[in-house]
Design a protein around this ligand. Structure first.
Ligand code: ARG
Ligand code: ZN
Length: 464
């Protein structure tokens, strides 16, 4: 029984009076849930359907900061729907069509509620076309100030975790609903327009250029990015796939950002040798100059790097290793809920340690000893709380847990296990319990006690 149905049953008495739930004579069609039920991101995501594909056609003009777009979503109903929600923060919706027919819509705050002319039976595949526009605004974020769509002097940068996509297109904004994307971005001639995936062409007309991109592997919405502005774009290939890097023109052409991004292919190959084949159709990275982007993010196929990572004057391949490791851990295999974010960050941090050792930096053993000494064991790695999502318990203690697993099962089993896990879960979602279960089967021994101690125990386990 779905959550919506149970709610209707309990609320039936009230509903009969209020005329809300019509109790079955409508064929059981109900509105889909207004969020994904993830306590870390209340309001984000929606229920009752699954998006398979987004076709986005957006136009942006830095002169007036206006974005206009058409989003065409290919969707499958997972419940009988009388209406459904999409996430869209700000902006104005001009029109919504479901399977080509006009649909009623209501847009308050960040929820767009669509009521099609007819109910959508469970299992039905349908298209939703939303025409929208306005001046996009970022979302407030306690830690980062804001995330999502930022206007810049020369264009715009949209990114952010755990949410950001709803600031520039209507979306089921939760990683549990991954989809493929085709994105066309039209900007004034001379500006670059970058997003995820394979470049599929560029055309100019009437002073504007349309940049087309295609991401053919399922992608979580927080892994989408849009970067518009003055960039030096380099298009090449690596291992037979397109490699597109872009460095903000405000950064020096031979500076540390450019030098670090230039190692993208080499770092990806290092990781592929340990984790299994690179999971996507394209490689890349974008170095932005805007100081408000105080982090890097593993946006799928094309991570975005904030300027602080290259401020030391020297190249920083470690951050490239971290964001590229996320292409396997986080992007190809995604969290099903945010309380399991260590599955992304613990592994990406551990990969960074492996890379450092390989690249002539600290040994893994040295890093482990340091981090172990600095760990606050009262803070859990799993379910760290919304405020702890990007804390040391997730990144550092999470990586220590990965190392503890490696020491317990041995190198040969450890790397085989990682490759097997990534292959089995490729393009999907997973939980901590899924990982532990997989590890136990692959290692042929119980590992529950080990993971409990390293992930959530309040006292330090013995350093392996
Ligand atoms: N997933 C990103 C990374 O570790 C982190 C995003 C930072 N966000 C934050 N709120 N600190 O590469
Ligand atoms: Zn990370």
């Amino acid at each position: 029984m779905s959550w919506g149905r149970r709610w209707c049953a309990t609320a039936l008495a009230v509903a009969l009076l209020a005329g809300g739930c019509t109790g079955g004579d409508d064929g059981g069609f109900r509105p889909g849930a207004a969020d994904a039920g993830d306590p870390y991101v209340p309001g984000a995501g929606n229920g009752g359907y699954d998006v398979g594909h987004y076709a986005l056609d957006v136009r942006y003009d830095p002169a007036d900061d206006r974005l206009t777009g058409t989003a065409t979503l290919t969707v499958t109903a997972t419940a009988a729907l009388s209406a459904f929600h999409l996430d869209l923060a700000g902006l104005t919706v001009d029109r919504v069509r479901v399977d080509g027919a006009a649909a009623r819509h209501r847009h308050d705050d960040a929820e767009l509620v669509v009521t099609p002319a007819h109910g959508l039976p469970a299992g039905k595949r349908f298209t939703v076309e939303v025409a929208y526009g306005g001046v996009p605004k970022p979302l407030p974020d306690a830690e980062l100030g804001d995330v999502g769509f930022h206007h810049t002097p020369d264009g715009a940068i949209a990114l952010g975790e755990p949410q950001s996509a709803s600031t520039w297109y209507p979306v089921n904004d939760h990683p549990s609903d991954k989809a493929t994307y085709d994105v066309a971005v039209t900007v004034p001639d001379g500006l670059a327009a970058l997003t995820n995936g394979v470049p599929t062409g560029r055309t100019s007309a009437g002073g504007r250029t349309t940049w087309r991109w295609s991401e053919r592997s399922p992608m979580a919405s927080y892994l989408t990015t849009l970067v518009i502005g003055d960039y030096r774009v380099a298009t090449g290939t690596h291992a037979g796939k397109p490699l597109v890097t872009a460095v903000a023109s405000a950064l020096p052409p031979d500076g540390p950002a450019a030098a670090s991004l230039a190692r993208t292919g080499e770092v990806a190959d290092f990781l592929a040798a340990r984790l299994g084949p690179y999971p996507f159709d394209a490689y890349g990275g974008v170095a932005v100059a805007d100081e408000r982007i105080r982090y890097a993010l593993e946006t799928q196929t094309r991570p975005v790097y904030g300027p602080a990572f290259f401020a030391g004057g020297r190249p920083n391949a470690a951050v490239v290793a971290h964001e590229l490791a996320h292409q396997w851990f986080g992007d190809s295999v995604s969290v099903a809920r945010w309380s399991d974010i260590w599955l992304n960050e613990g592994f990406a941090t551990y990969a960074e340690w492996l890379w450092a050792e390989h690249d002539g930096g600290r040994t893994v053993a040295g890093t482990v000893a340091d981090r172990y000494a600095a760990t606050d064991w009262s803070k859990p790695t799993v379910d760290p709380g919304r405020a702890g999502m990007f804390g040391d318990a997730v990144y550092q203690r999470g990586a220590l847990a990965v190392h503890a697993l490696r020491r317990a099962v041995g190198d040969e089993t450890f790397f085989r296990l990682l490759r097997g896990w990534l292959a089995q879960r490729r393009d999907g979602n997973a939980t901590t319990a899924d990982f532990i279960g997989y590890a136990e089967r692959a290692a042929g021994r119980p590992l529950r006690t080990l993971f409990d101690a390293w992930l959530v125990g309040a006292t330090p386990p013995a350093l392996p």
